[in-house]
Design a protein. Structure first.
Length: 293
């Protein structure tokens, strides 16, 4: 099917899929949720260092009524697009990948959504794909009104990340209740590891998102949200974490900028991992945006 290899059709579990993108240098893996004969309602992109599978338990309850495509971005999960890092200073590669993916599947009039850098990739893509993106929904996007200066602890921390495990159980033990995985249940953590680990060829496992690639994403200078929101050409709704948000602007800034079609909602008692802490917020946001079709 023009490079697309389909699994068995079912609606009670996500279908593992792959789309060839020759002009991008490889293929993009994704999960297809919901009725396969329904037009695509939502295309979702994950956070840096994670993968589409990590959001399975959040997205699956929506699959009865909506069709959702959740992609593995370049350098993550099962996607095999190249990851050149020398001289990388933006996320235009992620933008180009998503635009090519939407075109390859001829997605039209869909909600383009994401978490963290996945939300920024979605916002960057929207103006490039008129008719394909109808609305953009962002969950704690990594955006700021000032450039990122000085030390970069996120990039430094990624480079120090443990990259090798003897098996999935060892990875579960290493991550359970720690760092960004604090508060995750075992089901969600197991989903992340399902596509977050790859065989290392020596009987063990390694991270599918290499620490150097994760650090490369963290090292990209912050995008100023104002021009991106202005250029989106479609409505944009931002869900901002109530604590330690990666969105370095707030409702007061949104009101001051007065950009038509842009709204922000701060979710109390959440951090950057808002979708995992409040899956109901993400589910309601996507359901409401899809209903505006």
């Amino acid at each position: 099917m023009d490079g697309e290899r389909r699994s068995d059709i079912q609606t009670d579990a996500p279908r593992a899929m792959r789309q060839d993108l020759p002009a991008r240098g490889g293929s993009m893996a994704y999960y297809d949720y919901g009725p396969p004969d329904r037009p695509v309602d939502v295309v979702f992109s994950h956070a840096n260092g994670f993968n589409a599978r990590a959001y399975r338990s959040i997205l699956l309850p929506l699959a009865r009524d909506l069709r959702i495509l959740a992609v593995d971005q370049r350098g993550h999960g099962r996607t095999d697009l190249p990851t050149p890092m020398e001289g990388r200073s933006d996320w235009n590669d992620l933008r180009g990948d998503l635009a090519a993916f939407l075109a390859a599947l001829d997605v039209r009039d869909a909600v383009i959504a994401g978490h963290s850098i996945g939300s920024v990739a979605s916002l960057l893509t929207a103006p490039l794909v008129p008719g394909r993106a109808r609305e953009v929904v962002l969950f704690d996007p990594v955006l700021g009104v000032a450039p990122r200066d000085g030390p970069n602890p996120m990039a430094d921390g990624a480079l120090r990340r443990r990259d090798a495990f003897s098996d999935h159980a060892a990875a579960m033990d290493a991550y359970r209740g720690r760092g960004p995985f604090k508060g995750w249940n075992d089901e969600m953590l197991a989903d992340y590891l399902e596509d977050g680990l790859r065989p290392n060829g020596e009987g063990g496992w390694r991270l599918s998102c290499a620490p150097a690639w994760e650090a490369s994403n963290f090292a990209v200078p912050l995008y100023d949200p104002r021009p991106l929101l202005t250029q989106a050409r479609v409505p944009v709704t931002i869900y901002r974490a109530g604590q330690h948000s990666s969105a370095k602007f707030d409702e007061a800034d949104i009101a001051e900028w007065a950009i038509p079609g842009v709204a922000m909602i701060t979710v109390p008692n959440t951090t950057h991992f808002l979708p995992m802490q409040r899956p109901d917020v993400m589910q309601d946001a996507l359901r409401d945006a899809a209903a505006r079709r």
